[in-house]
Design a protein around this ligand. Structure first.
Ligand code: 5GP
Ligand code: MN
Ligand code: MN
Length: 326
């Protein structure tokens, strides 16, 4: 059971002295907030702790301030292996990118995640699809360990919850009760949301303007319902940080006439391929992403597809026709 898995994870972590905590590639606030909150709790107990992720080389500027203890470690600076490897918000080892091989080398592996597609690749797996964020599961494990919250730990957990629930829109009563405890531990919710979600450099405006000018609505392309999409070519992506590119889908998904939104983000390292963000209210887009080797949640998923933008869109339209309705 989940309760037993949480107790097992707490016991494993309580005795750990040498831990690496990993999030998925291009980590979001849930991956990094969870990893850094857990990392700090273990660091405070005297363990040697590193937090890392496979790409890019540096943490997003909007999330770096969650690393109160300097635990973030470049992949090249990790030891060859560690006694305990913890993977958060990562459904399959492949999502660790270049760090995927560490799963085989670690003394023991603990998986903490809320993706339905998680393959439970650890010796201990705290995996719960009904948790709105991996940070919620980290919180429950810290409770089971008897860890007293402090502001930086609470801030990391809050960052994961507030982003993965889209600002508590999808948060259960129990999750709101958890949030209350995080605020009591000193979290400034306005500051967290401003720094991670709301604040943008000015260059965001012209980038967004050019990208949105090219957005298209296809009223019937998603099994008779609307499909809206926009393209971020490398020329536009180069004018902003990665965070601003990731923010485009949050604007595009607002379109009322669409059941599915897609943003095609041209890969800066390999312009022949596109990272796709999918958002949906009517169709299981994790099934769409899975057709291209990606994954995610039913209402928010992603994948990488090679080809020209029109080819990628044609592939997405076909996959949308086959995907299950929600
Ligand atoms: P986003 O569009 O914000 O990058 O991702 C939305 C969701 O899809 C997240 O849960 C993320 O982990 C997942 N996701 C995004 N890209 C990929 C991918 O290439 N592979 C897999 N397996 N999941 C992805
Ligand atoms: Mn994530
Ligand atoms: Mn998550």
């Amino acid at each position: 059971t989940l309760a037993q898995d949480i107790r097992d994870a707490a016991a494993l972590l309580a005795s750990a002295t040498d831990v690496t905590v990993l999030g998925h590639v291009r980590p979001d606030a849930d991956a990094l907030g969870s990893a850094l909150a857990l990392g700090r709790a273990l660091h405070r107990r005297g363990a040697r702790v590193r937090v890392s992720f496979g790409e890019p080389d540096e943490a997003p500027e909007t999330l770096r301030w969650l690393d109160e203890d300097g635990l973030l470690t470049h992949p090249d600076d990790l030891p060859d292996s560690e006694a305990l490897l913890v993977c958060v918000d990562t459904p399959v080892p492949k999502r660790l990118g270049r760090l995927a091989g560490r799963v085989e080398l670690a003394g023991s592996v603990l998986v903490i995640d809320h993706h339905a597609t998680n393959t439970c690749y650890g010796a201990c797996n705290v995996v719960d699809e009904s948790a709105e964020a991996s940070a919620i599961l980290v919180f429950r494990i810290l409770d089971a360990m008897g860890v007293e919250l402090d502001e930086p730990i609470a801030r990391g957990i809050y960052a994961g919850i507030v982003t993965d629930t889209s600002g508590f829109r999808r948060a259960s009563p129990e999750t709101h009760r958890m949030a209350a405890r995080l605020l009591e531990a000193g979290v400034d919710p306005e500051a967290v949301v401003r720094r991670i979600v709301d604040e943008r450099p000015f260059t965001w405006l012209p980038m967004l303007s050019s990208v949105l000018a090219g957005a298209r609505l296809e009223p019937e392309a998603a099994q008779g319902r609307g499909f809206v999409h926009a393209v971020v070519p490398v020329e536009a992506a180069r004018t902003v940080r990665g965070e601003e590119v990731e923010s485009v889908v949050d604007v595009v998904r607002s379109v009322r006439e669409a059941a599915v939104a897609a943003v095609l983000k041209q890969d800066l390292g390999n312009p022949a391929q596109w990272q796709i963000s999918l958002r949906s209210i009517g169709i299981d887009v994790s099934a769409v992403a899975a057709e291209f080797g990606g994954g995610g949640h039913r209402q928010a998923a992603g994948c990488t597809i090679a080809g020209s933008a029109p080819e990628v869109l044609a592939g997405l339209r076909e996959a949308l026709e086959r995907a299950p309705l929600l």
